[in-house]
Ligand binder design. Structure first.
Ligand code: ADP
Length: 493
């Protein structure tokens, strides 16, 4: 079945006949895109020495949004040289002065929030209501938060002073392009480091637009440099001898390769990799809230979330009623044009990712799990996937073990808290988990026994710049956010 040809009975028709049709509510603000973007090195726009460009395609309709420069090793080297030249002055600036730049950046991003939200949605496919209400405000919040730390670094670890590391190389993924940029840049700059950052090849646009904010803020040239390209460019960022630290967010396979490449190099490394989180619902939970939490846990950002609650563990006694409510709720989710303000599930980020999701879904069916897809009409153009739930899943199924990174939920049941812990921890990953129960004691027990960097209780996918985020096992190491996140960009002296 092709991404473009699947049609299903509209959800509203099933529920209400044809009476309750929504009017389209398209976002109309301009993203102010250029036809072509070069690299941002030493505060200036420079053509890639490779002379090569690649297209950034909108998953919303398959159209080319802009051409992006492909940085080669010589371009990455120029970016590192400029970051190294900027480091002495930037690192010696009083923290209060560095804080002013971060504050200014946050305010400028707020001023241009709608423009950035539209660009993010067009480039990555996420619903406009998410980029508008989550990605962009959270990105600004990270700059505000770290602006506050810049002159208080001596208070992070009592009795110790923090010194910056030098030039740091940062590689970010395509699921939260602007937000991941903020998670990486803000603490690095607050601590006095200079940066070479590479966005993901399918979502470079908001990073490159962000360069104009850095220019408006008057950030000294070379403090932040953006190089664009795919894996080869990323490898050049990782392996450059001037890098004192590499921060990577992406797939576990690439993360493992980076760890191997850096072994013995003395470079500091943080990895934020994949996940296969359990969202655990006990029989005494507030079921309607839990159903909302399940939906938010797996369908937020089309399931392109490393901490997505992609395995639902539901206590056997309530499994059938939870599933019934969940299926009804799914029918009211609107899948479609991410630029429509009513859309709940937008476009899958790329055709490659669509094919990966579809392959795993087909494997789930072949392995004997039962697939339910919410009825919906998928747009004819672009990459869309119906919200999907698998029941009759066993722990050994690939859909229970591997990260799908799409709108696909695998449902398992349990009888006792011990069994829930056993099943939740039965994964190579350890990034996040959710617990839904009325009992505080059970929340404490579960959160101490679940091997996950973040455990949400009676909520899911809640983020805050003050709260450290990161994983165990194959989900990586190091923390982003909070004091712990700052310590990843500094050494104690
Ligand atoms: P996904 O498979 O989900 O696309 P990746 O881990 O491939 O995730 O991508 C995350 C980021 O890592 C992107 O910016 C990508 O360009 C970059 N990347 C891919 N391969 C490498 C590599 N070998 N070295 C460094 N960065 C890489």
């Amino acid at each position: 079945m092709s991404a473009k040809s699947r049609t299903r009975t509209p959800a509203r028709e099933l529920l209400f006949g044809n009476l309750w049709e929504y009017d389209p509510a398209p976002e109309t603000a301009s993203p102010h895109l250029q036809d072509r973007y070069t690299l941002f090195v030493n505060g200036k726009w420079v053509a890639p020495k490779t002379k090569k460009f690649f297209p950034s395609i909108s998953p919303r309709n398959g159209e080319i949004l802009a051409e992006i420069g492909q940085a080669g090793a010589a371009d990455v080297d120029a970016a590192y040289q400029s970051a190294a030249a900027a480091f002495p002055a930037w690192s010696k600036l009083p923290g209060a002065e560095r804080g002013k730049y971060l504050y200014r950046i946050a305010r400028l991003l707020q001023d241009r929030a709608r423009e950035f939200a539209v660009a993010e949605t067009l480039d990555g496919g996420k619903p406009i209501k998410e980029s508008r209400d989550f990605d962009v405000p959270m990105a600004a919040a990270h700059f505000f938060y770290h602006a506050g730390w810049a002159d208080k670094l001596d208070c992070v670890m009592p009795g110790k002073k923090l010194a910056p590391l030098g030039v740091v190389g940062q590689i970010i993924p395509w699921n939260f392009p602007l937000l991941m940029l903020a998670w990486k840049l803000a603490p690095a700059l607050a601590c006095g480091n200079t940066v070479v950052l590479k966005p993901a090849e399918t979502t470079s646009i908001t990073c490159l637009k962000f360069a104009t904010i850095l220019q408006e803020a008057g950030l000294p040239p070379g403090v932040v440099n953006f190089v664009t390209g795919a894996g080869e460019t990323g490898a050049a960022v990782v392996n450059h001898p001037l890098a004192k630290k590499i921060a990577f967010t992406g797939s576990t396979a690439v993360g493992k390769g980076i760890q191997r490449a850096l072994a013995g190099s003395g470079k500091k490394l943080t990895l934020e990799l994949g996940g296969k989180a359990a969202n655990i619902i006990f029989e005494d939970a507030a079921i309607d809230q839990a159903v909302e939490g399940i939906v938010n846990g797996i369908f937020f950002n089309q399931g392109h979330v490393c901490c997505a609650g992609s395995r639902l563990l539901v206590q056997e006694s309530i499994a059938s009623s939870v599933l019934q409510k969940l299926k009804i709720r799914l029918r009211s989710l609107r899948v479609g044009d991410p630029m429509d303000k009513n859309t709940d599930i937008g476009a899958i980020n790329s055709l490659k990712q669509w094919e990966k999701i579809d392959e795993l879904v087909k494997t789930g069916v072949a392995e004997g799990a039962e697939l339910y897809q919410a009825p919906c009409v998928l747009p004819q153009r672009g990459y869309y996937y119906a919200a999907s739930i698998f029941t009759n899943v066993s722990l050994s199924h690939r859909i229970a073990q591997e990260e799908i990174f799409g709108p696909v939920l695998s449902v398992l049941t349990f009888r006792t808290p011990e069994e829930a812990v056993e099943k939740a921890n039965n994964t190579p990953f350890g990034l996040s988990a959710g617990v839904w129960t009325d009992k505080g004691s059970l929340i404490l027990k579960m959160s101490s026994e679940l091997k996950a960097g973040v455990v949400w209780a009676n909520t899911y996918n809640k983020f805050d710049p003050t709260s450290p985020f990161g994983g165990y096992k194959e989900s990586g190491f190091g923390r982003e956010g909070g004091k712990q996140g700052l310590l990843e960009y500094a050494e104690m002296v």
